[in-house]
Design a protein around this ligand. Structure first.
Ligand SMILES: *Cc1c(COP(=O)(O)O)cnc(C)c1O
Length: 389
């Protein structure tokens, strides 16, 4: 198994203990064999493997039609274009997400409007989304952040009342569900990423799931220079095709997604049990009826970014890598700061979150080490004195 390097901070761990990485993308023998099979076959661009992958991924999203592309960002971008969202339109998005969420809106020619998140689940808050609506609002783009589903009932109701499209950013939430209904099955379009650190990958890749055959056809045109028949370009399109090599790897990964998800959930359960008694941090809550797929296992450490960063350094000294998603909310990034959004719940989340390893590559002993190291790290960082509200 090949393990790409993962970033950490701080000095080397004590001798005798292996570092626990924050993520461990799998490129196993089956993935290599699938890629080689396609390469030896000679037909490597979008072809039969992509078509098969699209059919098989439909099972994850309630049977919706899937159109594979070259990244999650492309998926979001094309979903907006295919739904007719562009210049003059506004799209309500959370600021507490990866920049790709807002970038896709800008790339489509529309303008993101940042709305506040729920303080517990970090997902777009329906009341805040309602307050962000204006005469130009064309769509809502909730993010199922860290693998926890956004509150789709409230958001879908809001969209229905105002005639808005809903584009789910499900890039971190393959297999997540709400009251038994999978994410990707709620919106007018839903977008997944297959970047190596996601719950499953295709090296690089993404997919759009849609309930509407006409929108699916538009997506297929847009990803391939606007043509269905060779050189009969119907619209202006890009080249955002997935390769057959990627799709073949994705098909192998898809077979293991369910097992990996269960492993993530059982790892999260062990971390919950080990960390719940620690007053210096909050374990990730799960909303009623939500199936959390733990793309990240994200704790909150109250006290501000300096305390949180100190805990992260102390964890690294003890051989545990962790990560902050995302230290700067999108509304404070240079392309968006001029919009002047004021989002205190988001700012506070960005200063307090820390994602601990939860990936299926963890050994049982790793979970104990993470729990022990977290206890020591909050003490060493002086985070214990901070009061939980
Ligand atoms: C990863 C991710 C994306 C972008 O996916 P890429 O495949 O990296 O382009 C978009 N939104 C969120 C929330 C993500 O985590």
């Amino acid at each position: 198994m090949h393990t790409p390097g993962t970033q950490g901070t701080g000095s080397a761990p004590e001798a005798g203990s292996e570092v626990i990485p924050a993520a461990r993308p799998v490129i196993g023998d089956a993935e290599v064999e699938a890629a080689v099979r396609v390469l030896r076959g000679g037909l490597v661009v979008q072809g039969p493997e992509v078509a098969a992958f699209e059919e098989e991924f439909a099972a994850v999203v309630d049977g919706r039609t899937c159109v594979a592309v070259n990244s999650g960002t492309s998926a979001l971008h094309l979903a907006l274009l295919a739904l007719g969202i562009g210049p003059g339109d506004e799209v309500v998005v959370p600021s507490f997400s990866f920049a790709a969420t807002a970038n896709a809106v800008r790339l489509a020619g529309a303008e993101p409007v940042f709305a506040e998140i729920d303080a517990e689940t970090f997902c777009l808050d329906p009341d805040a989304a309602a307050a962000a609506l204006g005469p130009r609002t064309a769509a809502l783009m909730p993010v199922h952040l860290y693998g926890h589903p956004a509150p789709m009932a409230g958001l879908a109701g809001l969209a229905r009342r105002h005639g808005l499209a809903v584009v789910e950013d499900a890039c971190q939430a393959h297999g997540a569900a709400l009251h038994g209904r999978p994410v990707g099955g709620f919106g007018d379009a839903a977008c997944f990423s297959f970047y190596p650190t996601k719950n499953m990958h295709t090296l690089e890749g993404g997919i759009v799931a849609v309930p509407d055959a006409e929108v699916a056809r538009t997506l297929r045109l847009l990803r391939n220079q606007g043509m269905e028949q060779r050189y009969a370009h119907e619209v202006v399109g890009a080249n955002m095709r997935m390769t057959d090599v990627s799709a073949a790897i994705g098909r192998v990964q898809l077979e293991r997604l369910q097992g990996w998800t269960e492993q993530r959930q059982s790892n999260a359960k062990a971390l919950d049990a080990g960390l719940a008694g620690n007053p210096a941090l909050t374990v990730p809550p799960v909303a009623d009826g939500a199936r959390h797929v733990y793309h990240q296992y994200t704790v909150r450490i109250p006290g501000g970014a300096a305390v949180r960063d100190a805990v992260q350094r102390e964890l690294r000294v003890r051989g545990v890598c962790s990560a902050v998603y995302y230290p700067t909310p999108i509304h404070r990034l240079r392309p968006y700061e001029h919009l002047g959004a004021r989002l205190p719940v988001t700012d506070r989340a960005a200063a307090e979150v820390l994602s601990l390893p939860v990936h299926p590559g963890l050994a049982p002993g790793d979970l104990d080490r993470i729990v022990t190291a977290a206890g020591q790290a909050v003490r060493a960082a002086g985070a214990e004195g901070t009061v939980l509200r």
